[in-house]
Write a protein that binds this ligand. Structure first.
Ligand code: SAM
Length: 357
């Protein structure tokens, strides 16, 4: 799908100067989080994200000249932080396939933000030390199964689970914990693995610092053939785990936290469930997304973005860029998951690998 990117001054003048006041969108939501996609490439072909039939050898990924440099990203990140962003997550594609990512981490570390990374873990054992030394605060690792055949059925790559587990353990030892482990559930493919995953990552003397989170399979992009029947509702996950290890709800760490938290009654730590399909959290969504090629997206389910790169490469001042970002946020009205219907599912949507998951 061609991604529609709206030139920032389409049919109008530059945005009004940002007045320094609280930045809220049309639904009163503040801009607190920034997700930065550092590459649209990935070494996995997860069936729910980058299905091989579409992302095959003829797929045209972005050329290097089109993607933001580390210097451009760091400059923009500083402007976002000036507008109230408190947390930055590096993502992709697979962020660790971008060379020397620790260099970007050390540049972003200058900013007063929590700095995190989401990865499939395949290259984490190799890079965790350098990332921690550069100032990364935490990592989230995607892991959909402990069983080799099921793992492969989800990611369609010939990669051993043990290497991802090693990455998780090396990251925890390097101080990048608590490591959050994200498991996307697809009915009939890996939902039989819920208890095995819960058992593996429950706290024990050997694994004190892991938080497993179950994610409902979402209808992002237009290539994964999503059907509601494939979704395993979080309520079912909590019920199934509770039957084996009783769970009790706990308060969010902060208002608007996306994952709902549950702790094991026997003291073995906590899990999270992210229910973007069965319990939409649009009303508290405070995320802005910066795509690999420098476009702004105000929703994971957006059909178009706003071209910031032209401003950056066209010599705009920091103030001018800040004003445009503020105007985009102030105009934001997205609430896709709240209004998801059979009709909205058919809308053109940008792929998660491009926009950053
Ligand atoms: N490559 C990195 C990784 O695997 O974590 C970062 C990018 S990936 C797009 C970010 C997260 O989005 C992963 O946890 C992935 O499982 C999740 N994801 C991708 N497609 C999804 C979908 N259709 N529904 C739910 N989660 C999805």
């Amino acid at each position: 799908m061609a991604i529609r990117v709206i030139p920032i001054h389409a049919g109008g003048a530059a945005a009004p100067a940002y007045d320094g006041g609280p930045l809220a969108d049309t639904r009163g939501r503040p801009m607190r989080d920034l997700r930065i996609s550092v590459t649209d490439r990935c070494n996995f072909r997860c069936v729910y994200c980058m299905p091989r039939e579409v992302f095959d050898s003829s797929y045209r990924f972005l050329p290097h000249s089109a993607i933001l440099s580390f210097e451009e990203i760091a400059r923009l990140a500083g402007i976002f932080v000036g507008l109230g962003v408190k947390k930055i997550r590096l993502t992709g594609g697979e962020p660790l396939v971008r060379r020397d990512l620790h260099r970007l981490v050390s540049m972003l570390k200058e900013l007063p933000v929590e700095l995190t990374l989401t990865t499939n873990g395949s290259l984490l054992a190799k890079h965790a030390g350098a990332l921690a030394d550069a100032g990364l605060d935490r990592v989230t690792v995607s892991l959909d199964s402990l069983d080799e055949a099921t793992f492969r059925a989800m990611n369609d790559a010939d990669f051993p689970v043990a290497k991802v587990i090693e990455g998780i353990e090396v990251a925890a030892a390097a101080g990048l914990g608590p490591v959050k482990i994200n498991m996307v559930l697809k009915r009939g493919v890996n939902d039989g693995e819920i208890l095995a995953m819960a058992g593996r990552w429950r706290a024990s003397a050997h694994s004190p610092s892991y938080i497993l989170r179950f994610i409902e399979y979402m209808d992002v992009g237009a290539t994964n053939g999503w059907r509601m029947d494939d979704v395993v509702p979080s309520a079912e996950v909590v019920r199934r785990i509770s039957q084996r290890w009783p769970l009790e709800p706990i308060d969010p760490n902060y208002p608007g936290e996306v994952a709902e938290r549950w702790r094991y009654a026997d003291g073995a730590g906590e899990i999270g469930v992210i229910s973007s399909v069965t319990q939409a959290f649009c009303s508290s969504c405070s995320r802005m997304r910066l795509s690999t090629e420098g476009s702004l997206f105000t929703c994971l389910f957006a059909g178009s973005g706003h071209d910031l790169k032209s401003l950056v490469r066209g010599g705009a001042s920091d103030d001018a860029i800040r004003d445009e970002i503020a105007a985009v946020w102030r105009g934001r009205a997205d609430r896709y998951s709240e209004i998801r219907t059979l009709e909205t599912q058919k809308r053109p949507k940008v792929e998660m690998s491009y926009i950053g998951g």
